[in-house]
Design a protein around this ligand. Structure first.
Ligand code: BG6
Length: 464
């Protein structure tokens, strides 16, 4: 497989957008600080033409996001940044961009499309017309399509202009160290693999809970909803890492090949196995249409009909306006058969749990049974827990890793075309026939109806 050279310029479309301000500029700061951004950075934006003001905005976003940011690094980074002001539909914008890159003597730019998805096709076409896709690579933010047909169409447009090897589809969950740890924890520890299958695992629950609401993103969110916003992408990727077979090597294609097998073994979701909810007051959020039926909560049951997982339910839920913010996986093992250790009567030994915390305070907790103090042979569940930041130190932020990967030409943490299409195939029936929407109070754990999905087991309460 051809290896891409290191890129020699970074072009950011959507340079004044929310994503650039909150995530991308802080990530560029970290890359610059680590000496990994030794190249021109070109910001393309429609709404600002004042270079000095733009640089001041960049510095402010970095200082807002990073406590004690080093002023000399910010200054060095800002001196690398050029601004091009222009419309994304205007060929002149791309002619200016091509001239700027040529003057800087660069040939292998990363073109990062942090722009509304509706603009992807026109920007890709214009980059191609300006000759910038002959060598450059393209980073596409999510959402990649809004259903199977639009994702396929977008893939066709991209593939006509840029070879797959130079397309980087972002799912920032793949850039999180804690999410990547699912792979390492599973396959770098021999104790887990023998029990990681239908013989020992009773069920798996994956939760992405957020206490915040739509926070000023009402107009965007209302056209998307929880299923498209985080399930089709982030949570499907988490499920794939939990369920996949060991990859035959560390390369991007090895990982993608195994993930795609997991998705191929999944039937499309049965809408009867889905509960949709909306937090009370959502319709009054700015940008949200009155009477909207967009879900801010979704829970569903996934089935992986593979040799390893047949019959094991994978329950996935995500929501905003919930009781806490936590991203967690709880793997519930089957209970031990003998009730020897319940001398004083039921309930007997609890199921062992393997809990992966994937959000802030990431780490792993194993819930095991130990002898209850006293004269009897009784068991009590106790936790063996590790907090990764305490044990291992701070890790890099997702966007720093992903932008660094795109510059280095490493596809390992990006979504391949077939993977993206498979995940849309799986969620498509719910988009076609959405089940009814149930209101739930803000600060709760979502609609009561979701309890029925988990076969009376109850949803695990997140630790953090
Ligand atoms: C984004 C969604 O992709 O992921 C947001 O658009 C969501 O709605 C966010 O809040 C969650 O990401 P994280 O990293 O905060 O768990």
């Amino acid at each position: 497989m051809t290896v891409l050279p290191r890129a020699d310029a970074l072009v950011l479309f959507g340079a004044t957008g929310d994503l650039a301000r909150r995530k991308i500029f802080p990530a560029l700061y970290h890359l610059a600080k680590a000496g990994r951004l030794d190249m021109p950075v070109v910001g393309v934006a429609r709404s600002i033409d004042d270079d000095a003001k733009f640089r001041a905005d960049v510095a402010r976003s970095i200082n807002d996001a990073i406590e004690d940011a080093d002023a000399t690094v910010i200054d060095r980074l800002c001196r690398r940044i050029h601004l091009i002001c222009g419309d994304y539909a205007d060929p002149a914008t791309f002619a200016t961009l091509a001239a700027t890159l040529a003057t800087a003597g660069t040939h292998d730019a990363v073109h990062y499309l942090a722009i509304p998805p509706a603009m992807f096709p026109v920007v890709i076409e214009s980059l191609a017309t300006a000759g910038l896709t002959e060598r450059g690579r393209v980073v596409v933010e999510k959402p990649f399509g809004r259903d199977l047909a639009s994702a396929q169409e977008l893939n066709r447009i991209v593939a006509a202009r840029v070879p797959e090897q130079r397309v980087f589809r972002i799912d920032h969950y793949l850039g999180k160290e804690a999410v990547e740890d699912l792979l390492v924890f599973r396959f770098a520890n021999t104790f887990l693999e023998p029990i990681w299958n239908r013989n020992y695992v009773a069920g798996v629950q994956v939760t992405l809970a957020e206490s915040i609401g739509v926070e000023g993103r009402g107009a965007f969110y209302d056209s998307v909803g929880a299923l498209r916003d985080v399930v089709q992408n982030h949570l499907m990727q988490v499920v794939a890492l939990l369920a996949m077979e060991p990859p035959v090597g560390p390369e991007a294609r090895h990982l993608s090949d195994e993930k795609v097998k997991v998705f191929a073994a999944m039937s499309p979701i049965d809408p009867h196995q889905v509960v949709r909810g909306q937090y009370e007051g959502y319709c009054e959020e700015p940008g949200v249409g009155a009477g909207s039926t967009t879900e801010t909560y979704v829970a569903c049951r996934l089935a992986i009909e593979s040799w390893r997982w047949a019959g094991v339910p994978f329950w996935v839920r995500a929501g905003k306006g919930l009781a806490a913010s936590a991203t967690e996986v709880v793997v519930v093992l089957r209970r031990p058969p003998a009730m020897l250790f319940d001398e004083m009567g039921p309930p007997g030994p609890a199921a062992n749990l393997v809990r992966f915390r994937l959000g802030t305070d990431d780490g792993v907790t194993l819930t095991v049974n130990a002898k209850q103090p006293g004269p009897h042979l009784d068991s009590l569940p106790v936790d063996i827990s590790v907090d990764f930041a305490d044990a291992l130190g701070t890790r890099q932020q997702a966007y720093e890793r992903l932008i660094g990967d795109a510059i280095d030409g490493n596809q390992r943490r990006f979504g391949r075309q077939d993977l993206v299409e498979e995940t849309w195939r799986i969620v498509q029936p719910v988009l076609d026939t959405p089940p009814p929407i149930h209101p739930y109070p803000r600060g709760s754990w979502g609609p009561a109806e979701a309890a029925a999905l988990v076969d009376g087991q109850g949803w695990a309460v997140p630790e953090h």
